[in-house]
Design a protein around this ligand. Structure first.
Ligand SMILES: *Cc1c(COP(=O)(O)O)cnc(C)c1O
Length: 375
């Protein structure tokens, strides 16, 4: 069965073979040796040996795939990226604060998501915008050499891929080299597992799963151990990273089915050749689409080429009155969910790991055919 290609920004398309495996295991989950246990994954105790094995394999596979060093904890939480906008300052804002004083956090604002993170953090700590690309409509990346970092910041927050505006960091900032002792916090929700991470530059990374890791409901947090244990006293226990880490993410019931599905994605990623192989594919997919946009007389993308996202590609039609016709034709050509985010307008193609090259090629072919009909 050839399903339509789904360009949703999230929850997003998943590999068909993973969905088929989950369907096969839905009623009666088999262990690694193929022995069925009489229960579906949703029905298992999170403390039973069956789910424990699912959990441990998922964590080990993710650690291997992303090359997460031993001195980082991998936490499987709930609440999504938006909850992390509060959970991170609740846990880390006091890292370098003087006793009793509110902590200071630096934000680099590069689009809708880092803007939201900044707004939420202000409820818990002092904040400072160290750099912003808002003046140019979030279409460039502020050069790290010009960031105005605070001397006392506990951490610096950056969103390494802006899902709405289509701006991506091609390299993580090296805060030490910029003269800052702050920890780097990255929101990598929409490009996690699409490229390697330089963990030597990172203090904490978080991602909602529903873009590139699996179903909604699971939030991945990767945190350096020395950053644990500094939570504000008002931090909810279930959101205290130290508590979550001490209980192997089972202080409360974790999102078991979402962890299982993410685990199947991790096994699929390993079969694809791992993150380096995915990165090569993602580069090729993005190049095909951006080249088609740049070479066309009808479509355009406003993001500077050196910071264009490989995952989320916003584009516009020069004649906006043709937007509905474009989307209707796309749907008829089995190309789904291409409408742009409401704050940006136009179109957006999200081409995460699970979008095959064939899907991007089909989109490009449709775009060219549509353009011809407009002549
Ligand atoms: C989708 C997204 C979020 C929000 O995730 P929720 O799970 O809806 O809270 C946060 N940050 C980025 C970069 C995202 O793409």
């Amino acid at each position: 069965m050839q399903r339509p290609f789904n360009f949703s920004a999230g929850p997003a398309t998943m590999p068909q073979e993973v969905l088929a495996q989950a369907a096969d295991e839905m009623l009666d989950w088999p262990d690694a040796s193929g022995r069925r246990c009489g229960m579906g994954v949703m029905e298992m105790s999170h403390r039973g040996k069956e789910f424990q094995s699912i959990y441990e394999r998922a964590e080990a596979d993710l650690r291997e795939l992303l090359a997460v060093p031993e001195h980082f904890k991998i936490l499987f939480m709930q609440g999504g990226g938006l909850a992390e906008n509060a959970i991170v300052p609740l846990n880390l804002s006091a890292l370098r604060a003087t006793e009793g004083a509110p902590g200071m956090v630096d934000f680099v604002v590069t689009g809708g998501w880092s803007e939201k993170s900044h707004k939420e953090a202000r409820r818990y700590c002092q904040t400072h915008v160290a750099a912003s690309n808002a003046a140019g409509g979030h279409t460039s990346m502020p050069d790290a050499a010009n960031w105005s970092l605070s001397t006392q910041a506990s951490y610096v927050h950056v969103c390494t891929n802006e899902t709405i505006h289509g701006v991506e960091f091609q390299n993580l900032p090296d805060l030490k080299a910029l003269g800052s002792d702050a920890a780097l916090v990255i929101d990598f929700s929409s490009h996690v597992a699409s490229r390697p991470v330089d963990w030597s530059r990172v203090g904490l990374a978080f991602a909602g799963a529903q873009k590139n890791l699996g179903p909604a409901g699971l939030t991945l947090v990767v945190v350096r151990e020395d950053l644990l244990g500094h939570a504000l006293s008002i931090c909810p226990s279930a959101f205290n990273y130290q508590t979550v880490a001490d209980n192997q993410s089972m202080f409360n019931t974790p999102p078991t089915y979402s962890i299982y599905m993410a685990g199947l994605i991790f096994q699929w990623l390993k079969r694809q050749g791992g993150i380096a192989a995915m990165e090569e594919r993602n580069k090729a997919k993005a190049k095909l689409l951006y080249d088609a946009i740049d070479q066309s007389a009808l479509y355009f993308n406003t993001v500077q080429p050196n910071c264009r996202s490989r995952m989320n590609v916003p584009f516009f039609l020069r004649d906006e009155t043709r937007n509905d016709a474009f989307l209707t034709g796309a749907k008829a050509a089995n190309l789904l969910q291409l409408k742009g985010h409401k704050t940006v307008g136009g179109m957006r193609a999200s081409i995460y790991n699970a979008m095959p090259m064939d899907g991007v090629a089909a989109l490009v072919e449709y775009m060219r055919a549509f353009e011809k009909t407009q002549a």
